[in-house]
Design a protein around this ligand. Structure first.
Ligand SMILES: *[C@@H]1O[C@H](CO)[C@@H](O)[C@H](O)[C@H]1NC(C)=O
Ligand SMILES: *[C@@H]1O[C@H](CO)[C@@H](O)[C@H](O)[C@H]1NC(C)=O
Ligand SMILES: *[C@@H]1O[C@H](CO)[C@@H](O)[C@H](O)[C@H]1NC(C)=O
Ligand SMILES: *[C@@H]1O[C@H](CO)[C@@H](O)[C@H](O)[C@H]1NC(C)=O
Ligand SMILES: *[C@@H]1O[C@H](CO)[C@@H](O)[C@H](O)[C@H]1NC(C)=O
Ligand SMILES: *[C@@H]1O[C@H](CO)[C@@H](O)[C@H](O)[C@H]1NC(C)=O
Ligand SMILES: *[C@@H]1O[C@H](CO)[C@@H](O)[C@H](O)[C@H]1NC(C)=O
Ligand SMILES: *[C@@H]1O[C@H](CO)[C@@H](O)[C@H](O)[C@H]1NC(C)=O
Ligand SMILES: *[C@@H]1O[C@H](CO)[C@@H](O)[C@H](O)[C@H]1NC(C)=O
Ligand SMILES: *[C@@H]1O[C@H](CO)[C@@H](O)[C@H](O)[C@H]1NC(C)=O
Ligand SMILES: *[C@@H]1O[C@H](CO)[C@@H](O)[C@H](O)[C@H]1NC(C)=O
Ligand SMILES: CC(=O)N[C@H]1CO[C@H](CO)[C@@H](O)[C@@H]1O
Length: 832
């Protein structure tokens, strides 16, 4: 089938007219003489620049349009991945000046930016080092080019059956001009002259003693076929000239693999049939070299990069790892996800020999791209609870993707990230063309939300991070979202409490989330004001809160009261900030000893230990008693006596003021005196007071605020919100105060039968509860409040009087004897 005719030919092609071109300086380009083409690259200064090339030669300036490039041997391409514009020019391009193996190429670069056109000129003179093979076929991305040495020594002449057919046209055309016919599926096109062929996009030329044929892909005279299962495009031109009796005929066959390439399992693959066309490829010693970006790599380098060339049956399969060196990668955002793809500008050289040892060199420039490969970025929770800082790592971010903003729980922060807002964003760039970001947000940063979980006694700190990532250079945004949380212990604060001589000391170390609670003493919130009011000693610094509660201040409860001492209990409550529910309480009970003390309890009991040693005349404390001589001490030692009795019993006087009520009693040695004066047992107090010389006495009193009092005169129950304030005053004898004395009209029916006083100071417990004999009311302040119309206290006062009769008499007495009380109150005020 195959036929080949070799002639020594000297072909002449007309030359174009020369025209000089301006030479403008242009700095940013790089022009290289490559083995078989000239390579120029321009770095785009601005995205969106419009770049064009012009070829310049003696004949003038020739804009390199797409069509013109394909015909004339230029390949201009924008490489968006690297921001470069590349121009490859065949040495046999239309506007190359050639002389003795020296090629001169001259170009204009036209850059249009912002409507301004700038033209740069650059030129290159090349002397290709490598010798041309007898036949060179270049499969460029936009054209096929064949060049033949015009002197080929033929060692064999073969005549094929279709020889006659092939020759018929040249013979019959009988013209001396070069004519061309295209062969396609055994058919021939009509012969045409070279200028006619050029009009159809084919280029024939003679340059550097080589015959050059160039054709764009997809010409009408081309045909597609399949060799070893690989699609191949072939253009078969036969050039002939009849010069007198000699017919010169040259077969120019361009055949290129049209394999689109494939991607499989991390490899980009491209196939070339071992034999592209019977007239193109030789059959022996096929050698394949592979490179990228127009440069062949040495075998070890190619191997190291993982490039593979394998021959399967009659196909050369080239495989390149998708991310091998030499490729370009690009990120792409699609439907909210990040992808990447890789592009290789594959350069393959295939050398083969035919049976005549004429070697053919095929070169392929092929741009291959992987499909879109998912390239997810990921976040990692690197929070260390102890640090109380959210640390979120955003990794595997490709280098053409930048973090441009973060939303932290909806709060937007845009680059540059300023540290002053309390969080930090740090970037680390890696060698493998990735970078990562680390976002750190302290738990107590204002953007962090918190939720308190009562069950876990923990706080859940929550942070939503919405990263805005931007794919460059298109500035396409996409988002990556992550939520992190951390649980931190959040039990209500606990106090450490110690006893001291003077009171109880509570101490609490501050924790960051203590604002979830507040501290209260009873129902009142502990504030510096409250502490001052109640004379607590509070120190609150950034580290801790120390509350020193002196004995006898508000909030104490007392138990196990004896002359030896008593127990003081103080409770601090921790309440929920929102609901005020008590979440935790710290109760501390400490033993205290005091020489003298007095307690006025909320249930209306006065418990007093008094030092009677200073009394004149001195006596046995065990024999002391209260105003009611039947009320003796519960306990006594050499100098002191402990009394415990309901405030309104044992002969207490009751004095009512605008805001307070004061119950007063006295400790004295009535019995001793009475015995010495032989007084009868059933004599009244008045009679005692009147009849004996004035002894010293210890005045004891409890003052309760009226506002906190629920029941005033009920002898069964006494209720006060607060404890009373007690006083112990040792005073010389007073003359009988002019007080209004009333007999309570209610019948005294005490559950415990009144214990008669015995002379022996023995066991005084349980508490001695003498019945009430008299209730004395000092009406002075009360009257005033009535006059001012402040009836609240009166109302309170009235409500609790159970017997209407008593009520009536009280009123009468109040009004009739009010003035008299003045003296008494004043006298009392002196020693209260
Ligand atoms: C080629 O470029 C150089 C410098 O860029 C310039 O000096 C020379 O004149 C140019 N040659 C032509 C033919 O334009
Ligand atoms: C080429 O052929 C066309 C038409 O066949 C003709 O018009 C033209 O003159 C020819 N050109 C030359 C250079 O012979
Ligand atoms: C090579 O050819 C054989 C036989 O035709 C076939 O079975 C085999 O699959 C082919 N190998 C490849 C890699 O195409
Ligand atoms: C923010 O803080 C990080 C680490 O603390 C530091 O590396 C970075 O330089 C700071 N950035 C700015 C803008 O202050
Ligand atoms: C890039 O390098 C970093 C640091 O060595 C590594 O953590 C990361 O996994 C690497 N990424 C890829 C895609 O190899
Ligand atoms: C992240 O922020 C963008 C822009 O505000 C928004 O469109 C997107 O819905 C957010 N993503 C999430 C998961 O909140
Ligand atoms: C993140 O890390 C913290 C601390 O190790 C951990 O408590 C938390 O459960 C982790 N997970 C999420 C989703 O935040
Ligand atoms: C309580 O006493 C302990 C032991 O003496 C001491 O270490 C601690 O600091 C004291 N705490 C307070 C609040 O005084
Ligand atoms: C103690 O001080 C802190 C601030 O340092 C404050 O939040 C807290 O309310 C204070 N506590 C009291 C009881 O005043
Ligand atoms: C307090 O008194 C109770 C009985 O009233 C007794 O059980 C308890 O031990 C006493 N506590 C102290 C510390 O004396
Ligand atoms: C308090 O109430 C607020 C809203 O009213 C709620 O967000 C918060 O979780 C509550 N805190 C606690 C400790 O219950
Ligand atoms: C128990 C007692 O001594 N009662 C006397 C009280 O005083 C009157 C006279 O004042 C005597 O008659 C009682 O015997």
């Amino acid at each position: 089938m195959a036929f080949e005719i070799c002639f020594s030919v000297a072909m002449l092609f007309s030359l174009w007219l020369a025209a000089e071109c301006d030479d403008l300086p242009f700095e940013v380009h790089q022009v290289e003489c490559r083995d078989h083409y000239v390579w120029a690259v321009v770095e785009l200064a601005f995205a969106g620049e419009d770049v064009h090339f012009e070829a310049v030669d003696e004949t003038g300036i020739h804009p390199i349009t797409e069509e013109y490039a394909a015909m004339c041997g230029y390949t201009a391409s924008v490489l968006p991945l690297s921001g470069l514009v590349e121009l490859r020019s065949s040495y046999f391009s239309c506007h190359t000046e050639n002389k003795d193996g020296v090629f001169k190429l001259n170009f204009n670069l036209l850059v249009t930016h912002d409507g301004h056109l700038v033209r740069y000129n650059f030129n290159k003179t090349c002397t290709p080092a490598a010798a041309w093979s007898p036949r060179e076929i270049t499969c460029e991305v936009n054209y096929m080019e064949v060049s033949l040495r015009n002197e080929v020594t033929c060692s064999s002449v073969k005549m094929a059956d279709d020889w006659n057919d092939a020759l018929r046209a040249p013979y019959t055309s009988a013209v001396s001009d070069w004519q061309v016919v295209f062969q396609r599926a055994g058919e021939q096109s009509m012969p045409m002259n070279v200028s006619e062929a050029r009009k159809q996009g084919y280029w024939f030329d003679l340059m550097d003693e080589r015959l050059v044929f160039r054709t764009p892909y997809g010409q009408p005279d081309s045909f597609s076929t399949e060799m070893s299962g690989v699609p191949v495009e072939v253009v078969h031109a036969t050039l002939f000239s009849r010069q007198s009796w000699v017919v010169i005929m040259v077969d120019l066959v361009a055949a290129c693999s049209m394999d689109e390439g494939s991607y499989d399992n991390g490899y980009i693959m491209w196939d070339i049939p071992d034999m592209l066309h019977p007239l193109v490829s030789g059959i022996y010693d096929t050698q394949v070299n592979v490179g990228v970006n127009g440069k062949l790599e040495e075998q070890p380098v190619a191997e190291q990069r993982g490039y593979m060339v394998e021959k399967h049956n009659a196909t050369v399969m080239i495989s390149i790892p998708y991310n091998a060196e030499g490729g370009y990668r690009k990120s792409l955002h699609l439907m909210g996800d990040l992808y990447e793809y890789y592009v290789f500008h594959l350069y393959v050289e295939q050398i083969s020999m035919d049976e005549d040892d004429v070697n053919t060199r095929l070169r392929f420039q092929k741009t291959l791209a992987t499909p879109l490969l998912p390239r997810p970025v990921f976040t990692e929770n690197r929070t260390v609870l102890e640090d109380r800082v959210f640390t979120v790592y955003l990794g595997d971010v490709p280098e053409d993707v930048k973090l441009t903003a973060v939303q932290l729980n909806g709060h937007m922060y845009i680059v540059p990230f300023i540290n002053s807002s309390g969080h930090t964003i740090t970037e680390v760039v890696h060698d493998n063309h990735t970078h990562d970001y680390t976002v750190q947000v302290p738990f107590d940063h204002h953007v962090v939300t918190e939720q308190f979980s009562r069950e876990d006694e923990a706080i859940k700190h929550m942070l939503d991070i919405n990263f805005t990532l931007t794919v460059l250079p298109e500035n396409e945004h996409f988002y990556h979202h992550t939520s992190v949380y951390a649980l931190t212990d959040a039990s209500p604060p606990e106090f450490e409490a110690n006893c001291s001589e003077t009171g109880i000391i509570f101490k609490m170390d501050h924790r960051p989330f203590d604002y979830l609670w507040f501290i209260s003493i009873g129902s009142e919130r502990l504030t510096p004001e409250l502490a001052a009011e109640h004379k607590y000693n509070m120190r609150n610094d950034s580290q801790s809160l120390v509350l020193e509660v002196p004995l006898f201040t508000d909030g104490y409860q007392y138990k196990n009261i004896s002359l030896k001492g008593f127990l003081g209990t103080f409770e601090i409550l921790v309440r929920d900030r929102n609901t005020s529910e008590v979440q935790r309480s710290t109760v501390k009970t400490c033993p205290f000893t005091r020489l003298e003390f007095i307690f006025c309890s909320t249930d209306g009991k006065m418990t007093v230990a008094a030092d009677l040693s200073g009394m004149i005349p001195p006596g046995d404390p065990a024999r002391s008693n209260l105003m009611d001589k039947y009320c003796g001490p519960r306990e006594a030692d050499e100098t002191r006596a402990l009394f415990s009795f309901p405030v309104n019993s044992c002969g207490s006087t009751v004095r009512l003021f605008k805001e307070n009520v004061i119950y007063q009693n006295e400790i004295l040695y009535t019995r001793k005196l009475r015995e010495s004066t032989q007084l009868s047992d059933n004599s009244t107090e008045q009679s005692v007071a009147v009849n004996v010389p004035s002894p010293d006495r210890v005045v004891v009193e409890c003052m309760y605020p009226l506002s906190g009092l629920h029941r005033l005169f009920s002898i069964y129950r006494f209720e006060s919100d607060t404890v009373g304030v007690g006083h112990i005053t040792t005073s010389p004898s007073l003359t009988e105060p002019e007080t209004t004395t009333m007999k309570p009209t209610v019948t005294v029916t005490h559950t415990t039968p009144p214990t008669r006083r015995t002379r022996r100071p023995a066991v005084f417990q349980p508490a001695f509860h003498p019945p009430v004999r008299y209730v004395r009311v000092s009406p002075f302040r009360y009257l005033e409040s009535l006059k001012r119309g402040k009836k609240k206290s009166l109302f309170l006062f009235m409500i609790n009087l159970k017997a209407s009769q008593f009520k009536k008499s009280l009123f009468l007495n109040l009004f009739s004897t009010g003035i008299k009380g003045t003296t008494h109150v004043k006298a009392n005020d002196k020693h209260v």
